[in-house]
Structure formats: structure tokens, C-alpha cells
Design a protein around this ligand. Sequence first.
Ligand code: TEU
Length: 641
Amino acid sequence: MSTAPPITARSRIRDVYAHPLGRDIIDKLLLQLGRSRRWVTNPIVGGVRLDRLPRWTGGRVDPGFVATLVDLLNQHPDVPVDDDTTPVTPAWWKEAVFYQIYPRSFSDSDGDGIGDLPGIIERLDHLEHLGVDAIWLCPVYDSPNDDNGYDIRDYRAILAEYGTMADFDRLLAEVHRRGMRLIMDLVVNHTSDEHPWFVEALRDPHSPYRAYYFLRPGAGDGSRPPNNWTSFFSGPAWRHYPEHDVWALHLFSSKQMDLDWDHAPMRADVVDMVRWWLDKGVDGFRLDVINYISKRPGLPDGDPTIGELMQFTGVEHYFAGPRLHEHLRQLRREAFAPYDAVAIGETPGVGIELGKLLTGEDRDELDLIFSFDHLEAPGRVRYDDYRYDLRDLRRVLERHQRAHGNRHWPALFFDNHDNPRMVSKVDPRPEHRVAVAKLLATIQLTLRGTPFLYQGQEIGMVNQDFTSIDQLRDVESRNRYADLLAAGRSEQEALADVLAGSRDHARTPMAWDAGPHGGFTTGVPWIAGDGDHQGCNVADSRADAGSVLAWHRALIALRRDLPALVYGAIDFDRSGRGHLWRYRRALGESEVVVVCNLGDRPRRFRTPGAGYALALSSGDSGSRLAAYEARVYVRRADRRD
Ligand code: TEU
């Protein structure tokens, strides 16, 4: 493993940009600002010394930030190994199409309005019909549900509303019987404040669990938080316990208490818990915000400028902390490797280079990560109300695809439980809904990497027409709404802001049929949909050969039939301009050409040469590509023309 030259305050911007993590940080800042790389790669800016930045920016960047940046970069000196010569190492999780289930909203078997494990078992035939190979099951552990299960109270028990451990064992057996696999959500950056570890840590300053968390005296006379970090769910990242004269760190809700991963006994407990689930036969885990687990010692204040730009103060002190790689290696060595279990990291804020250091086959840390660079257009954040121009998506996806050689493997997703539906972000007009859903599916299932479909995406579910904050359930949305009101925004303005980015758009009940509540429950659902299931549900989709569901099935079948769509090299047609996106997958003699119209008007295009057969077309297969139409052409190795 080679390392980058050390960075000092006298290093120049070009030295930072030549450093793997430095490049990520600058690219992330440029993405947030909606600026091109030329902004920093030109000789003038490139030549600026770091210690001159405060003067150069008129004080907007303070010397503290420069010191933090130097520290951060020197803590991640490794340079990722890029290698396109050695063939890709085959793995089941590279060939699989995953399906993410948000259990609370998937299927309710007992009429209490809450999805449950028996409900999932009842719907496995749908997943088999769709053709997916593996399930990512969001948290089903015992939890007070402050963040719908991402606040775990008991890692070894099933939430009663979801069923019993016997139900879980039956689900796992049913999944395996169908030749599918199941991974669970590993939420170990934090626990619920009701977890016995935390209850004990708070009650007894001498408890062995005290060191499992960040319990600190307040600043000054103890009445202020220990630092200026802010929570992802509004407000300070510290909860005050005056009766204990202590503050507890929580990057997320005030009921989600961050674990101190520098404390070895805590890590050992996490390893034991992971092995307990792997002994049950679980095939791996998706690791929740796993890049946040290493915090900078001393928990220093965050830089206000960075906080403003990244929207969260303090993020530079934990998004890639000093012992991150060490902790991930221990987790892999002691928990995952002995079971050959897959480790999929959710890593908000991690860029291409750090992502390669986290997933490189030579690194023994994670197998693949969810990167978020593509989820918003440049200069945009989730709560901005805008139409996502797919040419922006194309640029960021091409950059990511080109950056991943044979030693790194990307995860491919557009929807999940934390984001509004991508179809709605691209084009909310009903007349384009089916075409956009099919186009996104084509891109996701033909690029190089592992696709993760999110429940409802396969039938083209879209954002909901919520009309009141009372209809929302997400702690992040509700806290944001309260913050906006407190800041003087009207109820209407606050609601409009929240609805632009609310995670609840993706958490309404899965639509199974046109019946009451879309067949999700015979009771009253914990969160109401807007009746969209009347025209968009599994049952009607299965009866319609032109449905989004049929399109997903056909793409998944094609992907299973063509190894080129899994292990094939990818190259992008540079001559493609603007809305016409064309790329090729090739493995041996077998080739696939994908042509996409990224815009809402018909466009002329060139069909591939002789020997290619049209395998799929989401439009009318005419001489021009219809609005948002995708086509897949195939030249098989065994084909003689
Ligand atoms: O989300 C982590 C996260 O930071 C973002 O992906 C998410 O959008 C969040 O809203 C921050 O803006 C993971 C889980 O996916 C999410 O459901 C949890 O709420 C969160 O961690 C805390 O466990």
C-alpha cells in the first residue's frame, strides 16, 4: 500500500487535491457549491498555501480549519490500489440483485397497522417473481421506535410489533429455501437511550458501561454542551441530564446515544452480537453510518464555515475518524471473515477515494459501500425542491463508474427509506412516471455494481401528497418542522420545506392491490398513503405486460442471463451529448449497449452496428427514442452473423 506525502500548513491546494482524502473533501465541497473541478485545479488556486487560506478567504476559513484539515489528511495517508489487470474476484454479492425491505411499511399480517415478519413471509413469492436474489431487512430489533428501529434497545430480541424470534427464524428459513439470502441492518454507531448499557451508564458513573458512551461534563459552568456539534435531527448533538450533571452525545435523535468505539470492551460486545446473528445463518449486514464510529479524541469544536457548508457542525471530526480503518478491520477479522459474511457500509459523506480505501479487496474492511454523491444534483441538498436533471446524474455516475477498477465494487441505488422517491425528483408529471421509473431501473440494473432496489420502486411508487405535518411520522421531518416554525417560518412554508425532502415519502405502505390501504393492512396503517395505490400496486402490475414491474423483472432476468451485465467492463460513449446517454458492457465476445434518453422530448440516436439484437425497449421502438426511453441491445458471444 503506497502512502501520500504528508500534508502541512505550508502545503498548497494542489497538494491537498493530490491526496486521496483531500481530493474527496475538495470534490465534496465543489459538489455542495455546484462548482467544477477547474475551480481548484487552475494554477492560481492550486498554488495557494493552506496557511494563507484565512487571508485569501477574508477570514471565512480560520486557522483552526487548516489545522483540522492537515490532521485529517495525515490520518488517512493510504493511497487506494487501482488495478484493472487482475480479473474481478467473483462473489455472490456482486452477482445478486438486492431488495430493501422497510418492515414497518411492507406488509401487516395481524391488522395492527404495522408491517411485521409474518407479513414479509407472506410476500416472499412476490420477491421470487420479481427475481431478486437477496433481501436487506431494515432493523427489526426491539426498539422504542424513536427513529423507527434505528434506535435499538435489545440487539438480540425482535420488536414485539414485528413478531417473535421464531417468526424471524421462519423468515430466514423461507428465504434460504427459495435460494435467496438475507442481510440485516447493523446499527452500532449508537444505541437507544433505553438500551440497558446506556441506562446503566447514566445511573452509575462507576459502571463498566459508562465508557461505552460519550458522557461528558458541560462546558463552562456545566450548563452548556461540551462542544458545538449539531445533530442530523436538529438542535445540538448533546442531551443534558441535569440530574446526573452530564451531557450525552447523540449525532441523531436525542434517544440515539453514540457509542464510544475507542473503548475495547464495547467493541468486543458488538463483535459477540454480530457473531450471534451470523451463527443463526444471516448472510451479512448493512452497517448503518459506519464511517461515523471513530470520533476525534477530545471531541473538539467543529469549524463554523465547514458546518455551514455541510449543514452539520462538527462533521469533520467524525465522518472519517482517526481509528476508522482499525475498527473496521477488527470487526471484519473477528466477526465477518470467519463466516464469509458480506459487509455493506452506509457511509454518508464518503467520497470516491476514501470509499476505495474502505472497500478495496486488499484492505479487509468492507465489501462495498453506499455512496450518496449521486442522490442530489450539484449544489442541491435533500430539502431543496428542484427537478433533478438526469444529465447531472449521468456525470456523477460516470465519474464513479470510471473510478472503480477491478479491486472495488460499487453499490447502485436510487431509492431508500431515507430519501424521497427518485422518480418524483426527476419528473413528477404523471404522464412521465412509468417512463422515468423504467429509465432509472435500466440505469441501475445495467451499470457495473450491485443493484439495491427499494420496496415500491419496482412498481413505480412516487412521493405522497401529504397535506399536514400531522401525517408525517419521521423524527427528522417533525424536528425540522418545529425548528422552522421556531425560526419564524409560517406553517405553510415549513411544511413545504419539509415535504421537499421528507423521508416519509418512501415510508408509506407498500401497495399490494387496489383495495383499502393497498392491501398493506386490514387495520389502520401507522402512516397513511395518499390513495396512490389505486393506480399503482403489485396485483395490477403483475397483470400488465407494460408495467414498471414487468420491466424490472425483464431487466433482472437479462442481468441473470448475461454475465456481461455483472462482470463486464464498462465504457461510456464520449460522443454522447446532453440527454443522449450511451454505454457499453463487454465480457469476452458478449456485449450489451444501453441507450438512454435522459430528457422529456423524443431524440434521434444511432442504433448499434450489425450483430446486435434489441433485447428491451421501454418505448415504442420507433426510429427515435421517446421521452425518457431506454433501450438495451445485446450481442451474444455465441451469435454468428
Ligand atoms: O441514515 C444516515 C444518514 O445520515 C442519512 O443517510 C440520512 O439521510 C439521515 O436522514 C441524515 O440526514 C442512517 C439510516 O439510514 C437512517 O434511517 C437513520 O435515521 C440514521 O442512520 C440514524 O441511525
